[in-house]
Write a protein that binds this ligand. Structure first.
Ligand code: ZN
Length: 282
C-alpha cells in the first residue's frame, strides 16, 4: 500500500505491518504501560500506546530514510522504502561502487536510530527533575508512576531505538553491521566478492544462533516469544543467502552484453531441402 512520497521517495506499507503494529500497541496497552503506571486511566494508556506505536514506525522510517538519502548522495537511485514485518527496507537500486560509499550508506541508519535514542533520553532527562530522580533512585516503581505520559513514551521509544541500533550493528549480512563489516573487508582485501562471502556467512550464522535461541526459549522455557526469534532468525539466514546469491549473479553478469551470450554462427540451407534429410544429417 502506498502511503506518501517523502524527498521524492515512495513510502510503502506492507500489510504485515498492521499485524506487528497491533502487537506493539497491544503489548504496551495491556502490559508495559499499565505496569509502569497503575494509576493511568484506560484512555490515557491506549492513547499513549497508539502514539508510541506510530512513533516507533516513524523512527523505523527515519532509519531507512537516512540510508536512502546517503545512498542518493553517492548517485544511487532509491525509488521506494517499504515498511514490513521485520522493519523497514530501502530499495537501493545498485551496489555502492567503493567501500567508502558502502560504509557511509550502511552506518547512516544505525546512526539515525542512535540519534533518536539520544534525543529521547535528552528530552526525558530534562523533564525529570532532581526531586523526582531522587524518588526513582529510592523506589523505582513509585518514581516511574510519577513520570508524565509523553516522557514515558520517550523513555520507551529511546530504549527501543537504542536496541534497534545495537541489533543492526551485529556484523552479519544483511544487517547494517554486516554491510559495515563487508565495506571494511573490501577496503582491506580489495576483493568485494570475498568480503560479501564472509559477511554473508556471518549473517547466516547469526541467523541460526537467533533461531537456536528461539527454539530453546520455545522448548525449555515454554515461552511463545521464542517463535518470534525463530522467525527472525530464519528470515536473517535466508536473507543472507539470497543477497549473497544475488550479488554473485550481478558480479558474473556485469559487463556481459546480449552479444556475448547469443549464438552468432548460423548454417544456412536451401528452401527446397527436405527436413527429413536435414534431421538425418545432424
Ligand atoms: Zn538499516
Amino acid at each position: 500500500m502506498k502511503l506518501f512520497t517523502l524527498f521524492g521517495i515512495e513510502i510503502r506499507l506492507d500489510f504485515s505491518v498492521i499485524f506487528i503494529f497491533g502487537l506493539i500497541v497491544y503489548s504496551l496497552g495491556t502490559g508495559i504501560f499499565p505496569s509502569w503506571h497503575p494509576g493511568w486511566p484506560v484512555a490515557t494508556v491506549w492513547t499513549m500506546a497508539l502514539t508510541a506505536g506510530l512513533l516507533f514506525f516513524a523512527s523505523l522510517l527515519a532509519h531507512e530514510m537516512s540510508h536512502s538519502l546517503v545512498a542518493r548522495r553517492f548517485g544511487i537511485r532509491v525509488p521506494r522504502i517499504t515498511l514490513f514485518l521485520f522493519g523497514g527496507m530501502a530499495e537501493i537500486e545498485t551496489e555502492a561502487e567503493t567501500p567508502g560509499a558502502e560504509f557511509a550508506i550502511a552506518i547512516a541508519g544505525p546512526l539515525m536510530s542512535l540519534a533518536i535514542a539520544a534525543a529521547c533520553m535528552f528530552y526525558a532527562s530534562s523533564a525529570i527533575d532532581d526531586s523526582l530522580l531522587q524518588v526513582i533512585m529510592e523506589d523505582p516503581e513509585t518514581g516511574m508512576a510519577e513520570i508524565g505520559p509523553f516522557v514515558t513514551v520517550c523513555l520507551w521509544l529511546g530504549s527501543v531505538n537504542l536496541m534497534l541500533a545495537i541489533f543492526n550493528m551485529v556484523p552479519g549480512f544483511p544487517l547494517d553491521g554486516g554491510r559495515v563489516a563487508r565495506a571494511a573487508i573490501w577496503r582491506i582485501t580489495g576483493d568485494r566478492l570475498k568480503a560479501t562471502e564472509m559477511a554473508a556467512n556471518a549473517g547466516r550464522m547469526f541467523g541460526w544462533l537467533i533461531m537456536g535461541l528461539g527454539f530453546w526459549e520455545l522448548l525449555a522455557l515454554k515461552s511463545m516469544g521464542g517463535l518470534w526469534l525463530v522467525l527472525i532468525g530464519w528470515f536473517l539466514s535466508n536473507a543472507a543467502s539470497t543477497s549473497y546469491r544475488m550479488l554473485i549473479l550481478r558480479d558474473l553478469l556485469e559487463g556481459v552484453s546480449a552479444r556475448d551470450m547469443m549464438r552468432s554462427h548460423f548454417g544456412s540451407i536451401t528452401a527446397q531441402m527436405r527436413v527429413a534429410l536435414l534431421a538425418q544429417r545432424r
